[in-house]
Design a protein around this ligand. Sequence first.
Ligand code: GUN
Ligand code: ZN
Length: 446
Amino acid sequence: MFSSSRPSLLAVRGEIVHFIADPAERGAAACEHFPDGLLLVTAGRVLRCGPASALRPGLPADVRLIDYGGKLILPGFVDTHTHYAQTGMIASPGGELSAWLETYVYPAERRFADPAHAAAAAGFFCDELLRNGTTTAMVFATVHPASVDALFAAARARRMRLIVGKALMDRNCPDGLRDADAAEGDAHTRALIGKWHGCERLLYAVTPRFVPTSTPEQLERAGRLFAEIPGLRLQSHLAEQRGEIAWVARLHPEARSYAAIYERHGLLGARAIYAHCIWLDDDDRQCMAARGAAMSFCPTSNLFLGSGLFDLARARAHGLRVGLGSDIGAGTSFSMLQTLNEAYKALQLAGQTLSPEQGFYLATLGGARALYLDEAIGNFAPGREADFIVLDPRATPLLAYRTSRAATLPERLFALMMLGDDRCVTATYLLGEAVRHDAPGSSRQS
Ligand code: GUN
Ligand code: ZN
């Protein structure tokens, strides 16, 4: 079945779980599950996946077979919102947004003017993502172009899929963390796009930090740029805290809502993604859905800062694209498993629930759709980039104990999302190559 003229064929055996649709729409049919499965990879891409019993007999004798018996194989996690420059101040006490930004975030971000500081932080950040099984992320850098260069360089060296942007900030922020004016922010952004956008697996995101830190002229220029260059992404924050909303209303008394300001400047289109989206009304949701903008649900951050509860049911009712975000450093974990744990609890407080299927969908294909990357990543459809992870459902004594009592896949996935973290990530693969590996069971097929 597979010609032996394909020496680079890799066959990964284990329990395969991936999503071909949203379980909230398609129910059980959204999930493909092969209890004893094979994932076939060639030239960095998925060739196909299916039951080992069906695929194994057709494999060439020289196939490289890696056996992860007893472990789960999933697409790599997608983190749709995070800040790499905040890794060093994670777990600084939270609270009111602008006080927290001024006390902890801005002093940490100012240090990213130094390329050596940025390079060290970028390497650590990328390795931490991979250690946690996150293979794609959309990331805020700081206002300094060198901070973007450092992160793209670190991602490229690891062959990761990263979307990064220089924060645009030209008012209401301290010295050393401000574009001289809107024109300078625009010029720096254009230069970075020329250098990095579409380079290997990297994409650029136009990154106005949030309404309070950009003049109307800066928002205007960001909207023009976003419309001008194909494939650009856009990232920002929206409606995170009530005090922030009041501040935005004082700055823009003419605006119907916070989201309406982004809309007016052409910033709410397809390939734009907004973190938080808590204090919205249905007109805002409707407008975002109609324009194609996506939401990043950041539960660890929302609980840590006391921002409020994301309304997943309303987002779904409007057909919005939603992904999960760690939002480091208001978020408290790089782990998408821990992020799912807190997503579940935040939704419980909102009178909603999160099934394990819905949770793992959000962390993989849902995130890829929110980033408009689902033709490249997010599941194991043939031709997708072979970014995948191996999860150990018995990684800790408690998980092993609980998993041994779980009769069904949803029960085991639920235990993983409530009790799991980086300790569960046995291996992370980018384009079919292991970048992190604990005790691999590798062999030639006999
Ligand atoms: N709003 C504007 N900037 C930030 C940030 O860095 N973190 C969070 N959580 N919210 C923001
Ligand atoms: Zn953020």
